[in-house]
Design a protein around this ligand. Structure first.
Ligand code: HMG
Length: 384
């Protein structure tokens, strides 16, 4: 039975900052940020936007009533959860009008969460072929103003509907994975911002990719020639380039040129959004689908979540995927955002809603929003 991604949707907040403006304000050569790090714009979430509202928006963009009836499970991968107890998935049940007879929960393992969700969805559909699984990746990447990680922040959500006979991407059921207790990046429960050993995290990322690629080749008797594209977790677009470069000289020049060209197509969206944490690999997939993918291409996907878990798995782009993805709507969503100043971004960054907050709906332009915090409970609403 073929199982994989039948639909894929995306949401990004409407506000963004320009990375050159950020560099100038931080007294950094803009080339460091645009070339050295590889970013152009950074999504800025508003205080009434969070993992719940963004997750609702990306899922709402793909779900039909028919899909909802077929749903057996909802898994949310996030490391930006709004509650230490209640899952983001539970909040989404009424916002998305989902049926009660499903399993709904959240998975946390840094940027790996959505991949854990995807593989669990694969297993679930194998056992329940008539059911579908909704996997949502939703996160706000925050390191803090004037930190080295600031240039790699971002926010947004990717939603994927997993089913049999998928129309976008078939998972090939070829996968290798590894886990190690590593202190490369962490966010204690008291902190809204992450802590990172930046350079060390880059090294671990590359080390995981190299180890898993060696394992994958051995396990499946595979070579780079089996793939026309490699998609990477993209915390910032230079990071995937660093992993890809480890293949230079080890694969033919033609193969390396092809992989590099396809990688460039996969990072177009991330350059304009920033790190989505657990959604980043899947934003790369979406960018590739919109900017150059061909039917029947075999792709290799590298998922990495600090702490750290890595997984390398293969998949096949399905014939007719173009009919399932609304390319123009995705491009319009990115193009129709508004640039805000660095001053405004810094002001928004400081706002933190506390108990007894009521959000004025006239200040909200999204369908889903945090409406109120009462008795320390977050209450969400959908615009009529
Ligand atoms: P930094 O120390 O400010 O930057 O922090 P740098 O000095 O390493 O410079 C960055 C690059 O810019 C270098 O290129 C410089 O040469 C170049 P590289 O050697 O790396 O190829 N450069 C210039 N290029 C052109 N013109 C110039 C110029 N000047 C310098 N004038 C760092 C960079 C990424 C460490 C920092 O932003 C950071 O800590 N980021 C957060 C951590 C991170 O994203 N790590 C990635 C791996 S871990 C991961 O992916 C998991 C994660 O998503 C979390 C999760 O799983 O939940 C983060």
């Amino acid at each position: 039975m073929d199982i994989g991604i039948d639909k894929i949707g995306f949401y990004v907040p409407k506000d963004y900052i320009d990375i050159v403006e950020l560099a100038k304000r931080r007294d950094v050569d803009p080339n460091k940020f645009t070339i050295g790090i590889g970013q152009d714009k950074q999504a800025v979430p508003l205080p009434h936007q969070d993992a719940v509202t963004m997750g609702a928006s990306s899922a709402d963009s793909i779900l039909t009533d028919e899909d909802k009836k077929d749903l057996g499970m909802l898994i949310v991968g996030t490391e930006s959860s709004v509650d230490e107890s209640k899952s983001t998935a539970a909040f989404l049940m009424d916002l998305l009008d989902l049926p009660e007879d499903i399993r709904a929960y959240e998975i946390k393992q840094a940027c790996y969460g959505a991949t854990a969700g995807l593989q669990t969805a694969y297993d679930f559909v194998s056992l329940n072929p008539d059911k579908k699984v909704l996997v949502i990746a939703t996160d706000i990447a925050r390191y803090g103003i004037k930190t080295p990680g600031e240039v790699t922040q971002g926010a947004g959500s990717v939603a994927m509907l997993i089913s049999q006979n998928p129309r976008v991407l078939k998972l090939n059921h070829e996968s290798v994975y590894m886990t190690k207790n590593v202190g490369d990046f962490w966010r204690p429960t008291f902190s809204k911002t992450a802590f990172a050993r930046g350079k060390f995290s880059n090294e671990i990322y590359v080390e995981f990719f190299q180890t898993l690629w060696a394992k994958f080749q051995k396990k499946y008797d595979a070579t780079a020639d089996d793939f026309s594209t490699m998609l990477f977790h993209i915390p910032y677009t230079k990071m995937g380039t660093k992993a890809l470069r480890t293949l230079e000289g080890k694969v033919s020049d033609e193969k390396y040129a092809e992989l590099t060209e396809h990688y460039q197509n996969s990072i177009k969206f991330s350059r304009d959004v920033g790190n989505l944490y657990t959604g980043s690999l899947y934003l790369g997939l979406l960018s590739y689908l919109v900017n150059g993918a061909k039917a029947n291409e075999n792709v290799l996907m590298f998922s990495y979540g600090s702490g750290a878990v890595g997984e390398l798995f293969s998949a096949k782009i399905q014939p007719g995927f173009e009919q399932v993805i609304d390319k123009q709507a995705l491009i319009d969503m990115l193009n129709n955002r508004q640039k805000i100043t660095i001053d405004d971004y810094e002001k928004i960054y400081q706002i933190e809603y506390k108990n007894d907050t009521i959000v004025d709906p006239s200040t909200v332009s999204d369908k889903f929003y945090l409406s109120e915090i009462k008795e320390n409970e977050r209450i969400y609403k959908k615009m009529k």
